[in-house]
Write a protein that binds this ligand. Structure first.
Ligand code: 5RP
Length: 228
């Protein structure tokens, strides 16, 4: 089974967790794409009444094009359940997100959610975080200085760029510096250090946030739950 088929399998499976009346957070990416389409189908067929909040312009456009109204996060009291993808996750269900550039809104929505489900194809499971470059969203003002600091600290930074070489810009107008770490031995310390640097808006380490991961392994689907 190829990766897209695995994404479809788990993406669609996650839509079953949405119940009538819920306020639902919709993540961003090619796996959650299938969740959104399946959810739109359920809303229409089962006449579900849900309120959805979005984590990116892309997701808002996809959801609304398929008949799911998106509410402003400020206008809902809380989020019952958020379904999102991840770039990698470890056995404790901590992960790296932001490969699609939506880490800031994804983290805000996730932390406002009672429950977080991640959907993952088999390539996303790792023993130790860090193989996937860690995205750090930074304010463009003075970003070169942060970049040099990251270099000095041996964090192997690379500015994320568009195909034409211009800086990649997030939905909030910030830039992303990807850290090519290879392995992260102490994610908590790294996350705190990064977020303590002036100009860093947020980093892509999502620690103790996912309650469960719906993981594809070929045609099999496994649901992994975080020990609390
Ligand atoms: C976007 C993300 C995505 O959830 C992550 O990149 C996974 O994407 P995909 O489902 O396309 O593999 O964090 O910022």
């Amino acid at each position: 089974m190829d990766q897209t088929a695995e994404k479809k399998l788990v993406g669609e499976a996650a839509a079953a967790y949405v119940e009538d009346g819920m306020i639902v957070g919709l993540g961003t990416g090619s796996t959650v794409y299938f969740t959104i389409l399946k959810l739109a189908e359920r809303v229409q067929k089962e006449k579900l009444t849900i309120q959805a909040v979005s984590t990116s312009k892309r997701t808002t456009e996809l959801a609304e094009a398929n008949g799911i109204k998106i509410y402003d996060l400020n206008d809902v009291p809380k989020v019952d359940l958020t379904i999102d993808g991840c770039d990698e996750f470890d056995p404790q269900l901590s992960g790296i997100k932001g490969g699609g550039g939506a880490l800031l809104f994804e983290k805000i929505v996730a932390t406002a959610s009672d429950k977080n489900i991640w959907v993952a194809d088999s390539s996303k499971a790792v023993e130790q975080l860090g193989r996937f470059p860690l995205p750090v969203e930074v304010l463009p003002f003075g970003a070169q200085h942060l970049f040099r600091l990251f270099e000095k600290e041996g964090l192997k930074p690379v500015f994320r760029t568009n195909p034409d070489g211009s800086p990649y810009m997030t939905d909030s107008g910030n830039w992303i510096i990807d850290l090519h770490l290879g392995r992260i031995d102490d994610p908590e310390t790294l996350s705190s250090w990064l977020n303590g640097q002036p100009g860093v808006i947020e980093n892509g380490l999502f620690l103790n946030i996912a309650d469960c991961v719906i993981l594809a392994n070929g045609e099999n689907v496994k649901t992994l739950k975080r020990d609390v």
